[in-house]
Design a protein around this ligand. Sequence first.
Ligand code: NAD
Length: 358
Amino acid sequence: MGRAHAQAFRAAAFTFDLPAEPELDCIADIDEQRAAQAALSLGFRRSTGDWRKVVTDPAIDLVAIATPNILHAPIALAAMEAGKAVYCEKPLAARFEDSEQMMRAATARGVANGVGFTYLHNPMIQFARELVASGEIGEITGFRGVHAEDFMADPEAPFNWRCEPENAGGALADIGSHIVSLALHLAGGIESVSGALSTIHTHRRGRDGVERLVNVDDQMDAVVRFKNGATGVLAASWIASGRKMGLAFELTGTRGAISFTQERLNELQLFRAHGPSHSRGFVRIEAGVSHGDYAAFCPASGHQLGYNDLKTIEVKEMIHAIHGLPSLNKDFRFGLDVERVAEAIRTSHHSQTWANVA
Ligand SMILES: NC(=O)c1ccc[n+]([C@@H]2O[C@H](COP(=O)([O-])OP(=O)(O)OC[C@H]3O[C@@H](n4cnc5c(N)ncnc54)[C@H](O)[C@@H]3O)[C@@H](O)[C@H]2O)c1
């Protein structure tokens, strides 16, 4: 993700007319040598093995965090304390209390802040939001969404930081946060949840060959009630054999529906309940110059954007937010809203009852 950030900061300056051009100044990694190599290959001026040196450096205005989740809070808090803007990867923090603390610190310090819910910046998701806002599909009645990938489907896939509960491991935190973000972005606030978490592969070997107990979820399934009366289901799995980027949803309304999968990120299926019933159906709409920021990348419709382009749009929104310009930046407040839903799903799982979203 650090590489994706570096690429997006470079590309944003090239793609958009930004109020300030970002310069890649210093990159930190716990492995000092790796940091030095990354600085060379990604084009940073300097590198360090200690992130603390970056967050207190007066030459730096913005700190981008692409570390394991457990480090999001300490790095963000130190950076905000030093008056820096912070662009933090999702999930906002490893622990719910840390997310709340980050939100409080951001408010107290008054620094610009953003969280990496990259898929929300897809021009087709921007279009979907416009369709909802304009009432094109009527009142929202349901959101059925899933984020399914298979990078942990092999029981021999090694134990890594994503398997540690203290590191906000598990499918819910890692990829479930994306489908929760989409639900909130498109269907509105969630009031209550009934969730279940399951661990299918209970033991995994580390790269050292030692077998460890896995204490995080491989799969999350939840029934949700939205504040606007709509209902839905949210699911996440990182053991969904065959699925590489199955971030998909169907959003239904009283006058239409929208269907999307990130596996075909340049298109959206739209159903409008207009016209004679025998000619109604989902229409495939291809991304083009009139959708969101598409035209900044390509002057011709249908030529297709990729994941890194979404990251580039996200960085542009972050830089606009820093400069007080109108922005679709998703800030820590939104990141905390996602964490509130995730926390309610955990609470519901443990209590085996419905849980209200705080
Ligand atoms: N927005 C998205 O689409 C998306 C996609 C993938 C990952 N992510 C997020 O990005 C973050 C990183 O994920 P990843 O897949 O790149 O992880 P990764 O394990 O591949 O990379 C983490 C990097 O952090 C470094 N690191 C570890 N401890 C450190 C320390 N104390 N100081 C400095 N550097 C340290 C590691 O050496 C490594 O280079 C996570 O929060 C993850 O949720 C977001």
